[in-house]
Design a protein around this ligand. Structure first.
Ligand code: NAD
Length: 395
């Protein structure tokens, strides 16, 4: 089949298998060129198929030589409907890992459910015995509580008062302002239930009870802070409340598991284009401007550079360089005063006439389509491809 992008706003409903494979290969090649990391050996990645989770899996496997179990919620191809990008990414990852002689197995299902937790634990017991690192990288709009069955939906809204934000439609490159009404208490509660720390906590309890965590294991979840101009919608909004809860969970997990020396961290990662971040209104214009500024300063990073740096320079370097709240700060380059001063200056000026000069809006658009395997010069999009790609470890 010839696969072309079919998109609506920040959603692309088709993915290109060869393009996704190419994109995973690029990440693998990047890590293979770096110094080997003496670190994790058996890693569970929850949310392993796209964005930060996929890059964490690649950095652990090809950087540390780790065996990985990857868990995700993706769609396989059916009829003439392509699989989701995360499905193709995971098929490619397993292929490259096996070529390298690395153990790699995947589980596709709802990580929030008890059933998938049990299935994962069984697989760890059977194949790895125990794991020494657990990465928690879920981004989801919805969660079904495994005990009560309550369905929670997350909201991306400010808290307290309405917020007027600049945003850009990266397809049309039109800048506009829109006002987002504040969330009510119920929306805050539901967002915290989806993106806060409860499920991470449930995972770690289940893994500990099943005795599949090595003594001194490390677990890391991901968060974001960002500059003042994004705070109303992000850090001081509903999603920020969820991240406060996630960060508090890290402290609690370390405290409550001293007996086995578990170390739980939150890593504050840089703003990048992923399926999750594309859904946040103010973030598209912020990232477009940020990319240009960081590229001009030669300090641009994507997810793979960040995740390799996190493992090599922080987690397994002997010096985590934690901030005053005990967090790993991978946003250190993004938050440099000179970067933020320039972003703030350009951001204030952004309008329809100058958006192409003052930001990398074209780069943003390209990155968005690359998440789905499109826009790579090296891939022949006129070629017929088999969309029914199997993930080696999934029947
Ligand atoms: P993403 O959308 O690329 O990845 C989400 C992953 O979660 C995918 O592997 C998906 O399959 C999986 N997933 C979603 N629902 C699931 C479910 N019910 N069961 C199993 N798997 C499920 O997102 P991302 O941007 O890489 O986000 C990962 C984490 O990084 C989030 O905590 C996010 O807040 C954080 N983060 C992102 C950015 C950014 O700019 N993108 C910056 C800092 C921190």
């Amino acid at each position: 089949m010839i696969v072309t992008p079919k998109f609506r706003g920040f959603i692309c409903t088709t993915s290109h298998p060869a393009g996704c494979e190419y994109s995973v290969r690029q990440q693998v090649e990047y890590v293979k060129k770096q110094k080997r990391i003496s670190g994790a050996k058996k890693v569970l990645v929850i949310g392993a198929s796209t964005g930060y989770g996929l890059s964490s899996r690649i950095a652990a496997a090809f950087g540390c030589g780790a065996a990985t179990i990857g868990l995700f919620f993706e769609r396989q191809a059916s009829g003439n409907k392509t699989a989701s990008a995360g499905w193709y990414n995971s098929a490619a990852f397993e292929k490259f890992a096996r070529e390298e002689g690395l153990y790699a197995k995947s589980i596709n299902g709802d990580a929030f459910s008890n059933e998938i937790k049990e299935q994962t634990i069984e697989l760890i017991k059977k194949d790895l015995g125990k794991v020494d690192m657990v990465i928690y990288s879920i981004a989801s709009p919805r969660r079904i509580h495994p005990v009560t069955g309550e369905v929670f939906n997350s909201a991306l809204k400010p808290i307290g008062s309405p917020s007027t934000v600049k945003t850009v439609d990266f397809h049309t490159q039109q800048v506009s302002e829109s006002t987002i009404e504040p969330a009510d208490e119920e929306e805050i509660r539901q967002t915290v239930a989806v993106m806060g720390g409860e499920d991470w906590d449930m995972w770690m309890k289940a893994l500990k009870e099943a005795d599949v965590l090595e003594q001194g294991a490390v677990t890391i979840a991901y968060s974001y802070v960002g500059p003042e101009m994004t705070h109303a919608i992000y850090r001081k909004g509903t999603i920020g409340r969820a991240k406060d809860d996630l960060e508090a969970t890290a402290i609690k997990l370390t405290e409550n598991n001293k007996d086995m020396g578990l170390k739980a961290y939150v890593s504050i990662n840089k703003a990048v284009v992923t399926q999750a971040s594309a859904a946040i209104p103010v973030i598209s214009i912020y990232i477009s401007v940020l990319f240009k500024v960081m590229q001009d300063m030669n300090i641009h990073e994507g997810t793979i550079e960040q995740m390799y740096r996190m493992l090599n320079d922080r987690v397994y370097s002997g010096d985590m360089k934690l901030d005053e709240k005990g967090r790993i700060c991978m946003d250190d380059w993004e938050m440099r005063p000179e970067v933020q001063a320039e972003v703030a200056r350009l951001w204030a000026e952004a309008n329809n006439e100058n958006i192409r000069e003052i930001s990398d809006i074209e780069g943003y658009r390209k990155e968005f389509f690359r998440l789905f395997g499109f826009e790579f010069d090296e891939v022949d999009y006129s070629a017929d491809v088999d969309i029914d790609v199997k993930i080696a470890s999934i029947e």
